[in-house]
Design a protein around this ligand. Sequence first.
Ligand SMILES: [Zn+2]
Length: 181
Amino acid sequence: MKAIPTKYGGVDFRSRLEADWAAHLDRLSIDWQYEVEGYQLSDGSWYLPDFYLPDIQVWLEVKGAHNQRVSKVEQLAADLWAESPVDLPTLYGAPMVLIAQPPQRVAPGVIDEWRAYVHGVRGPGKGYSVTIDQCAHCNKVVFVALWGKDCRACGKYNDFLMEGAWTELAQLEFTRAPRTV
Ligand SMILES: [Zn+2]
């Protein structure tokens, strides 16, 4: 199945789902860069992540229902992990690689409410849960991993909710880019 190229915010996206994620990141007030830098992975292959979120040092790969590129995402996570002096994804300064899952219904029977899912990847087979919250110090909206308490934007301690908690921001209806075609 071929993806439909979609323009959003002056950027040409390869697919509607990528443009939708850009719109959703805008809704969350998270700055994003699209396909800004490629990497040669330790297995010799090349990988160009969909998004880099510069304020919070997050790489974000949008996963469609039929997208099988997850192995490259896992390899990037493992490679960054090997290079990083910081040991845990919960900590400020540690690289964070996320897979953005297709939006799903909030609950059975609820048709028009969709929730965007993100999933952290530490390396092959080593995922962790991620939620979205706002820093009480710098007011940036950040992805929070596991029992992370450090804001990824400013590094300050927060009373972020525990793993898997559905914050208000994490429960926002998935924002879609306007359809022009
Ligand atoms: Zn902060």
